[in-house]
Design a protein around this ligand. Structure first.
Ligand code: ATP
Ligand code: MG
Length: 436
């Protein structure tokens, strides 16, 4: 992509409405623009990052055996009367009447809809297990939408729903998602801590939140340092029993404001980490809470009907964009982990119109594109300072800087966004390094 053509409305000034660094940087880097309170437009740069995150989430859900579907955003109120949640849910639910005066709503979550799909289409225990997920927009009329996409009213969520014949099998489905979440967040360069949680309005007997540490996080976190150092599981076979993997994580101390046990302070001593965190995922095991009232049953092996056991599994996909920025930035802007970066490489032409600079940049740009690297080429007629500042603001991991002095010697400069280290080398060597 040529920067001269890219729709990237960056801002020099810090927007006054933004209270936390991720919100400020998302506005300054031209990623998002507010449409109404808690409702955002995603501009091209933001959309690219969001799509990279979606792809990681999707790959890890598929690897764990979940199957992607798309459910409606607008739902029927009657379905929520069947589960009993239509009246319980409260003002966070945006209620709508259609032209026939029927009660509709914009989905804050999809347990009812997916249970309806299940009961209408799956009849036998032989069709189990099933785990269905979508990556779709939700609306919750939050009392205090704030911090940009961190707490929006409309936001993108990955929500998966598992269906199993008995409680042991549905525990396995829960464990599969638990492990998939550890891997998903690690691939985004995040350290997410699983923490025993309160199931809230979703309900159920078992629930974990996944929390990313950041000073601006809304939750207080106390945990054993060992949890921060533990690497995410590699080469997982999702068919095998994962209980011991899950136990190896849940047995390490982690707690919130309310649940922190002062006695642990003494036990853990210097290994106790006191921090704040952002909830990026939440998984629930709730058994028959929805399947029972909604009649989601299959014929069991003995021919008798069995009510299925369920769990649901959310990831805050749009919130993750902000969480990744909270975890990775400096005074110059965003520092994207390579896997989610909107462009992996930037080519900076310091003297547009200079034949040697233009030729070297065009060549690099063509070769990087041919190699399948996402590349942004700053071909604007702008001052060098502006170009450097924009590359750092939007967080490009590798930057190849081409100027007239260097190119006369056949050299370019290769800069890493993390740490800012620069080295001079020839263009071919820079290419090899970036493509490695
Ligand atoms: P929170 O406690 O932050 O309000 P929640 O517990 O109500 O979230 P869940 O129902 O667990 O949210 O939703 C699954 C995930 O969706 C959350 O872990 C979070 O990452 C994300 N999420 C929830 N509410 C919002 C929101 N208003 N804006 C952006 N992401 C959200
Ligand atoms: Mg939650």
């Amino acid at each position: 992509m040529r920067l001269s053509r890219f729709f990237l409305p960056t801002l020099k000034e810090t927007p006054s409405e933004a209270q936390i660094v991720s919100h400020r940087l998302m506005l300054r880097a031209g990623m998002i623009r507010q449409h109404a309170a808690g409702i955002y437009n995603w501009l091209p740069l933001g959309t690219k990052v969001l799509q990279n995150i979606i792809e990681i989430v999707r790959q890890e859900q598929n690897a764990a055996g979940a199957q992607e579907i798309i459910m409606p955003t607008i739902q029927s109120g009657d379905l929520w009367r069947e589960s009993g949640r239509y009246d319980d849910y409260g003002p966070e639910m945006l209620r709508i009447k259609d032209r026939h005066e029927r009660d509709m709503l914009y989905g804050p979550t999809h347990e009812e809809v997916v249970t309806d799909i299940f009961r209408n289409n799956i009849k036998s225990y032989r069709d189990l297990p099933k785990n269905l997920y979508q990556i779709h927009w939700k609306f919750r009329d939050e009392v205090r939408p704030r911090f940009g996409v961190m707490r929006g009213r409309e936001f993108l969520m990955k929500d998966a729903y598992s269906f199993d014949l008995d409680v042991a099998k549905s525990r396995h489905a829960y464990n599969q998602m638990f492990v998939a979440y550890l891997r998903t967040f690690a691939r985004m360069g995040l350290k997410a801590i699983p923490m025993k949680a309160d199931p809230g309005p979703i309900g159920g007997d078992m629930s974990h939140e996944f929390i990313v540490l950041a000073d601006t996080g809304e939750s207080a976190v106390f945990c054993d340092k060992a949890l921060l150092e533990k690497p995410a599981p590699q080469d997982v076979n999702y068919e095998t029993d994962l209980q011991s993997v899950v136990d190896s994580w849940t047995s390490i101390y982690a707690a919130t404001d309310e649940k922190h046990d002062a006695a642990m302070e003494g036990t853990l001593g210097a290994n106790l980490v006191k921090a704040r965190g952002i909830e990026v995922g939440h998984i629930f095991h709730f058994g028959v809470k929805y399947s029972e009232p909604m009649g989601a049953k299959v014929t069991g092996p003995d021919g008798n009907p069995v009510t299925v056991f369920m769990g649901s599994y959310g990831i805050g996909v749009s919130r993750l964009v902000a969480a990744i920025i909270e975890a990775g930035h400096d005074e110059n802007g965003i520092i994207w982990p390579e896997e989610v970066a909107p462009f992996k490489v930037g080519v900076v032409n310091l003297k547009v119109g200079d034949a040697a600079c233009d030729a070297a940049c065009d060549d690099l740009y063509a070769k990087l594109k041919k190699a399948g690297k996402e590349v942004i080429y700053d071909d604007r007629d702008e001052r060098a300072g502006v170009k450097f500042a924009d590359m750092d603001l939007i967080g490009i991991p590798w930057q190849i800087i081409v100027g007239p002095k260097g190119i006369a010697k056949g050299m370019v400069e290769l800069k890493r966004r993390v740490g800012g280290a620069k080295e001079e080398l020839n263009a071919e060597a820079a290419l090899i390094r970036v493509l490695a």
